[in-house]
Design a protein around this ligand. Structure first.
Ligand code: PMP
Length: 456
């Protein structure tokens, strides 16, 4: 093992890692990247099929972002937005975001991560309802298999067991309603339309059971990411929004993964006809080059909050590094590149190549469902395709396939037995086909092993 790997085992505390197994398997040490590829310390190259953590939309080695950071570092490496201070990169970025989002009179509040922006959204929802004299309207509904972050409050919204078990979350006033995954949760004989109606009715029942005067907001990712890349049925969001409107419940769109072209439009909200009251973005905002996130709220959301802050004397919230000038300058440059290089046009061209490739994998004996939109997708591996029977989790089929894919030079992510694809948006058609070819070899090998073991 290399000196870096040895030192890692001695000193690092890894997030999202099996901390007992890690010393046995050792770390994968990535030392550099170029385009859609990253390289390990031995020089082996990998296609980064998940754009790092769904974020590196422009791929690695984008000199314009490096230059933007260096320029801003020299000019003004730090300033903040507290106490009426401001600086040009934050203002320019806020202006650009406000012009792009499907939100009226948008106001932009910066933070450093998706979790922070979602956590801030929760606080603002509570603050606003106090301002409006309805202190009981505070409950928040998210969905099973949602991912909204890992702070105490956002891990409570996240509907995944590993983010909650043993962490003493969820906190109170947080509820979950059903996940819009038709293939997995649709009933026999139920159409997608009927399934979407059932999910909206479930939401309405939950709001009525809790009392509409106590329910403040609903959080949703347009396409659920870490929950397994769940693309909702076509009519789902229209029906959900009708329910939310009826009971004066705010809609928060978590666009941390889906923002900036991932689903083929600038925002997932555009793809699915969502008109949110609040939106959170991160990841693709800076192409992952520096940490930055934003919570964008409508004028209607902002108004009562501003008045309350006026009464109190200050809006008592903000992070030291929220809207950091270097991160903001890199984000401004990122958004300029998206526009100049017509990233949406590129996704429109190559997205179908990914989706057709994933759909073709549906013929594979291990693949129960292939799903996706734009440049995000997943295949769900199952023990029996007809009955959609899942594998015994102890077999860890998803992680096994992902490990084999890594050996073949493509980095992917398993969420249970769903394997996700979200490559850099700059990926070419040839690179997509290469990535899928490597993945198919991994699938074939895993299938051979599972047949040998009598698991399929
Ligand atoms: N929301 C969504 C939809 C996400 O995918 C993530 C991160 N994967 C987050 C929020 C949290 O973002 P962060 O890790 O930057 O806190």
């Amino acid at each position: 093992m290399s000196r870096t790997a040895d030192s890692d085992l001695a000193h690092l505390f890894h997030p999202y890692t099996n901390l007992v197994k890690h010393p046995e398997t050792g770390p994968l040490v990535i030392t550099r990247g170029q385009g859609v590829r990253v390289y390990d310390e031995a020089g082996k190259d990998y296609i980064e099929g998940l754009a790092g953590l769904w974020c590196t939309a422009l791929g690695w080695g984008e000199e314009r972002l490096v230059e933007a950071a260096a320029r801003q570092m020299r000019e003004l490496p730090f300033y903040h937005l507290f106490s009426s201070r401001t600086h040009p990169p934050a203002v320019q970025l806020a202006e650009m975001l406000a012009a792009q989002v499907p939100i009226d009179d948008a106001r932009v509040l910066f933070a450093c991560s998706g979790s922070e922006s979602n956590d801030t959204a929760i606080k603002l929802i509570w603050y606003r309802n106090n301002a409006l004299g309805r202190p009981d309207k505070k409950k928040i509904i998210a969905r099973e298999r949602a991912y909204h972050g890992v702070t105490v409050a956002t891990a409570s919204l996240t509907g995944l067991v590993n983010n909650q078990r043993s962490f003493d979350v969820p906190i109170d006033r947080i509820f979950h309603t059903g996940c819009p995954h038709y293939w997995r949760y649709g009933e026999k004989g139920e159409s997608e339309e009927q399934f979407a109606t059932r999910r909206a009715e479930e939401l309405e029942k939950l709001i009525l059971a809790e009392g509409p005067d106590t329910v403040a907001a609903f959080f949703a990712e347009p396409v659920m990411g870490a929950g397994g890349v769940i693309v909702p049925p076509a009519t789902y969001f229209a029906k959900i929004q009708a329910v939310l409107k009826k009971y004066d419940v705010l809609l928060v769109a978590d666009e941390v993964i889906t923002g900036f072209g991932r689903t083929g439009n600038m925002f997932g909200c555009d793809t699915f006809g969502i008109r949110p009251d609040m939106m959170t973005v991160a990841k693709g905002l800076s192409s992952g080059y520096l940490p930055i996130s934003a919570l964008i709220v409508s004028g209607e959301v902002f108004g009562p909050i501003a008045e309350e802050a006026g009464r109190i004397g200050v809006f008592g919230h903000g992070f030291t590094y929220g809207g950091h000038p270097v991160s903001a300058a890199v984000a401004v440059e990122t958004l300029k590149i998206y526009a100049e290089r017509d990233i949406l046009g590129h996704v429109a061209k190559v997205g179908p190549v990914l989706q057709r490739g994933l759909a073709a994998l549906q013929q594979h004996p291990l693949v129960g469902e292939a799903r996706g939109v734009g440049l995000i997708g997943a295949v769900e591996l199952v023990a029996d395709k007809d009955s959609r029977t899942a594998f015994d989790p102890k077999l860890a089929v998803g992680p096994r396939v992902v490990a084999k894919a890594q050996a073949h030079g493509v980095i992917l992510r398993a969420m249970g037995d769903a394997v996700a694809f979200a490559p850099p948006l700059i990926i070419s058609e040839a690179e997509i086909l290469d990535m899928l070819g490597r993945f198919r070899r991994a699938l074939d090998e895993a299938h051979g092993e599972l047949v040998g073991a009598g698991a399929v």
